[in-house]
Design a protein around this ligand. Sequence first.
Ligand SMILES: [Zn+2]
Length: 287
Amino acid sequence: MKKLILLSTVFLLPLLIAAQPEVPIEEWTGKTILLVGAHPDDDAGRHGTLAMLQENGNDVYILLLTAGNVGTRDRTMTRQRLEKIRRHEQLTAMSHIGIPAENYINLGYTDGMVEFANPEELVKRLVWWYRKIQPDVLIAFEPGYRYQRWHKADHRAAAYLAVDAARAAEWHLIFPEQVIQEELEPVRIMEYMFWGSEGNNLTVDISDYVENKVQSRMSYLSQFSSTGSNNYPGDSDDYFMTLDDLPADERAAFIERFRSSTGPTESFRYYRGAPDGVGSGPALGGN
Ligand SMILES: [Zn+2]
């Protein structure tokens, strides 16, 4: 029996170690960190962690697959105008967490249609950016349980694509022209943080960044406010609404909503190891 316990400990040890960062995330510095999501705002629930990482001397990038160009109930809105609004809101949100505009990449796919885009082209474009940015850490939707059962189609696609591209990016014979002609280096991403997981094993203290996160989340006025979503103000393509455009009672409720719902922690499923093992580890029961 003792031998059995010893054996299990020996076999489990690498998995247990891989379930936590070598250095606590609060002490990370000098890392390159890439978040991949589907829509402008998918990153917003992680903005406390991103603000902390950026301020601590890491380089944080946000890559979103779609332009966020269809999610409105305003019947006078066009895709073109909404794309501009969503870009403006995303960059405003990022400014509140200290991430520069040049660290924002948007692949421009149409909102709601990612699963119908050419998957090879999508993975190829992601791999190109992975090889260009050379991230140490990938933050993405959990490709596990919740997304296999059901989720918004773009999120489901983004969850798988982000990890599939990580698997492809390390092999120089996949999309070899990027390596040969464009002189990009293959990259083996060895740390992952997934949100929307049922196997969270990493809690990040963001108490110093709650105000940054409140401000950043309130930037998505065309999505999160009733006025912005149903009747976006202004006729010009270049007009972007502010909190002042909200009627006083809606504005007060809007601010209160974000103040009361932004907690002092954010949770992830952390995994350290080769991309092929992303689904393994004790947090998901081991496999
Ligand atoms: Zn989304």
